[in-house]
Design a binder for this molecule. Structure first.
Ligand code: SF4
Ligand code: SF4
Length: 386
């Protein structure tokens, strides 16, 4: 395992962190609470034994069960080997008292008396100017630090660069967690944000390194571009090496679902040198592959499932995934028959818009669902479905 400086602290973090948002479950729903506990505990412990020293979860992951299962994995001496990170559920926090209440609930779920890094979850302009500022949550967090309940404060982020800069400048954060990969070069905080935070001594950590799996199994034209250059390098490794190539990135969190993925990521982490990609390989990803992807992927859904459940039982990520894949992989007819098999599910959308506040990508689901139905259910083309 390779280790890097964690911002301006003394801590050396493993380049790979274990994200507990996609633990193995007994059913198809990614955020299902039915975690296969024994398998998840084995995976987390194996990663720690191989040198991973940072584990991350959040209040809503697996509808609350992620924190519980991680707490179990950290028994038997594993807690002492890692920094533990979880997040304040800002989507639920309405008052300063709520902040404390959820923090205590999380300590209980995790069965610990101390959280090393406590993040404000999914900060955006609305939350920054709303609940965080109006309820003085930074002061609340300072108090929790003084009481010894949390070590350091950070934030995860989903908005644009100007908001990011404002947040960074407002507090001496220990870390930030950003959605960053070679497709998100200019979206969200982007590369500019990564450099800015690092220049301030904030540890930059990365989530969604594979953009919800898109970069691990890209469409054929992209596979061809990558294979032509380094045939033996797996696609996910291109994405991880691109991140680790940057000195500003301290650690990459991967939400692992199988032991096979854990082992593959650990193997890749051995190669996590700064400047391990040639200038040519960097340019290939940041310019040619980036451009091609932008032509192929129509909706930037990362399949995080934050928008679920929908009151009408619309499976939003499944529908968007079938739609995107149909275009990107050039097999719309196959996706149309899958759509039939899943019960023409997007048609159930009543366009209530309830799901949209939770979407970190700002996707207008209520506008996309009817469009998905017109393309997949009624056989229309994308341009005529708009
Ligand atoms: S807009 Fe559609 S998909 Fe979203 S919650 Fe409402 S019914 Fe469900
Ligand atoms: S629509 Fe948004 S919230 Fe829902 S899975 Fe996709 S990215 Fe996540």
């Amino acid at each position: 395992m390779q280790y890097r400086q964690f911002g301006n602290s003394d801590f050396k973090v493993s380049v790979l962190g274990f994200g507990c948002m996609r633990l193995p479950t007994g059913d198809e729903e990614l955020q299902s609470p039915n975690i296969i506990e024994e398998e998840a505990v084995d995976m987390i412990r194996y990663a720690i034994e191989q040198g991973v020293n940072f584990v991350d979860t959040a209040y809503p992951y697996h509808r609350g069960e992620s924190e519980v299962v991680l707490g179990k994995a950290l028994k038997d001496g594993y807690r002492e080997k890692v920094k533990l990170c979880t997040k304040s559920p800002l989507h639920k926090v309405e008052s300063a008292d709520d902040f404390d209440r959820y923090l205590h609930e999380q300590l209980e779920r995790l069965q610990v008396d101390y959280i090393d890094y406590y993040l404000l979850h999914a900060v955006n302009r609305e939350k920054w100017q709303g609940v965080i500022s109006k309820q003085s949550l930074l002061e609340k967090a300072e108090k929790a630090k003084q009481e010894g309940l949390i070590g350091q404060l950070g934030f995860s982020f989903h908005d644009s660069y100007p908001v990011f800069e404002e947040v960074v400048d407002a507090y001496p954060w220990a870390m930030c967690l950003l959605q960053y990969n070679y497709l998100d070069l200019e979206t969200q905080a982007g590369m500019k944000g990564v450099k800015y935070a690092a220049s301030k001594g904030i540890a930059v950590t990365v989530m969604e390194p594979l953009q919800g799996g898109k970069l691990a199994a890209p469409p054929q034209p992209i596979k061809a571009m990558l294979q032509e250059n380094v045939p033996e390098r797996p696609y996910y490794e291109w994405a991880l090496l691109w991140l680790w190539n940057q000195p500003e990135v301290s650690m990459v969190l991967s939400g692992m679902s199988t032991m096979e993925q854990v082992k593959a990521n650990l193997k890749a982490a051995h190669k996590a040198e700064i400047n391990s990609l040639s200038d040519y390989e960097k340019r290939l990803l940041e310019e040619e592959v980036y451009q091609k992807f932008r032509e192929l992927i129509l909706v930037p859904c990362s399949k995080c499932h934050y928008c679920m459940p929908c009151p009408e039982n619309v499976n939003i990520p499944l529908n968007l995934g079938m739609f995107n894949d149909g275009y990107a992989f050039g097999d719309l007819e196959r996706r149309r028959s899958l759509y039939e098999r899943f019960g023409r599910n997007a048609e159930k959308c009543t366009q209530c818009g309830e799901c949209e506040d939770s979407c970190p990508q700002g996707i207008e689901v209520s506008r996309w669902m009817p469009r998905v139905h017109r393309v997949l259910g009624e056989g229309k083309s994308y341009s005529s479905s708009k």
